[in-house]
Design a protein around this ligand. Structure first.
Ligand SMILES: *Cc1c(COP(=O)(O)O)cnc(C)c1O
Length: 397
């Protein structure tokens, strides 16, 4: 692939589908042979575009996981037919549509199970549910206890509901010390054994997120749920060294819209927080915080132009920013600007951006705004785009 300049847009997120597949393949190699691979594509595929990502992963993914009912139904409406599991709590109003679409829901209270069962009888299909088990995160799920085993048994036996799975979530698998993650796994394992003694054996038991897969924790259950690492991003700073075989899927590129010379003593951008000490050559770049580029990089971030670093000067604006190209004669109107990704031998990594901006890497990709089209590449060739420019409304004028 030509590393820059392939996209003529004001700003675009380039998505490398080959890297996505390589990352997923590498993660799959860490699994026990019988373990299924669920691709987590919540939050629009961590900002990469859930539908194209899910389609591309079709040869590798056995399941998909999302966070909300809308995300699940969106995949279905785009002909994604494999099992889909929602990871977050689902409001009762959405049960009917989800049961119809055979979307799996988490369940962790007797009331939810009853309501799902009732709705299922109305629809005439089983409600497919995965028991959420809280092994320490205190987010969702039932806490393992003898009474809870009875609750689970009632759920498993309730009409209309099929307790197809059970899962827990590891909240410290990305740290240096793995004692907490190991303890969670053991708690979950013991709970499953309790269930088994009472005659309940969910078909799909799963615990591992990306960090756990990479560390070989929980990779021999029925399934794993891989998110961030598929996108080529380290789950935490502690794990940056362990992500070497992964390659980042998203690059963010913009353009130089204007180049000018300024004198010593001139200010740049809102608040005048940058004042030049000598004459400089300054480029204006067509991207800003409304594109999801963090304003906290004002006066401290860097971008790449023609394979060289350029400092951001002054405040980042909503739609534009200025950078120093004094020592970069190749920078001119129309030059590609790499905000994230590779340009020649230089690269701006998500780790660098996260450290400089204080924004968590997961958050960074999720926050690339809908104003930024996603452009998909396979073998360096542009194969599609996603944008949100159709501004459609329901009922309001
Ligand atoms: C988001 C999420 C995952 C995926 O986590 P990654 O760290 O992105 O791999 C897995 N399981 C649950 C319950 C989640 O919410």
């Amino acid at each position: 692939m030509e590393e820059t300049g392939t996209v003529q847009k004001r700003v675009a997120a380039e998505i490398d589908l080959d890297r996505l597949m390589q990352n997923a393949e590498w993660l799959k190699k860490k699994l026990a042979p019988h373990t299924a691979f669920a691709a987590v594509v919540k939050a629009d595929g961590y900002g990469h575009g859930a539908v194209p990502i899910a389609r591309e992963l079709d040869p590798l993914a056995d399941w998909y996981c999302v966070a909300t009912a809308e995300e699940a139904l969106n995949l279905r409406s785009h002909a994604i037919g494999k099992p889909i599991l929602i990871l977050g709590p689902v409001p009762e109003e959405q049960y009917e549509a989800l049961i119809q679409a055979e979307v799996r829901m988490p369940v962790f209270t007797a009331e939810e199970a009853e309501a799902m069962g009732r709705q299922a009888e109305k629809v005439g299909k089983k409600a497919l549910a995965h028991l959420a088990v809280d092994t320490g995160m205190n987010r969702i799920g039932i806490k393992p206890s003898p009474e809870v085993v009875s609750t689970a048994k009632r759920m498993a036996e309730s009409c209309g509901l099929l307790l197809e799975g059970a899962f827990t979530h590891l909240y410290r698998a990305d740290e240096r010390t793995l004692s907490s993650a190991r303890r969670q796994c053991l708690l979950f394992q013991h709970f499953l054994e309790e269930l088994k003694r009472r005659g309940i054996q969910p078909e799909w038991c799963h615990v591992a997120n990306s960090a756990a897969i990479m560390r070989g924790i929980g990779t021999d259950f029925h399934m794993v749920r891989a998110g961030i690492a598929m996108y080529g991003i380290a789950p935490s700073r502690e794990m940056e060294g362990e992500t070497l075989p992964l390659s980042p899927v998203m690059s963010l590129r913009s353009r130089v819209s204007y180049v000018k010379e300024i004198e010593a003593g001139e200010e740049i951008s809102y608040g005048g927080i940058f004042r030049s000490e000598h004459s400089m050559r300054v480029a204006t770049v067509s991207a800003g915080y409304a594109d999801g580029y963090p304003r906290s990089l004002s006066n401290c971030g860097q971008v790449l132009i023609a394979g060289r670093r350029a400092r951001i000067l002054g405040r980042i604006c909503m739609d534009q920013m200025m950078v120093d190209v004094s020592d970069n004669p190749e920078a001119k109107r129309g030059s590609a600007v790499t905000l994230l990704g590779q340009d020649g031998s230089e690269a701006i990594t998500l780790e660098e951006l996260s450290q400089r901006s204080g924004r968590f890497p997961y958050e960074f990709v999720c926050d690339i705004s809908r104003r930024v089209p996603r452009v998909y590449f396979r073998k360096g060739v542009q194969v599609g785009t996603k944008d949100w420019f159709q501004d459609r409304y329901d009922s309001i004028r």
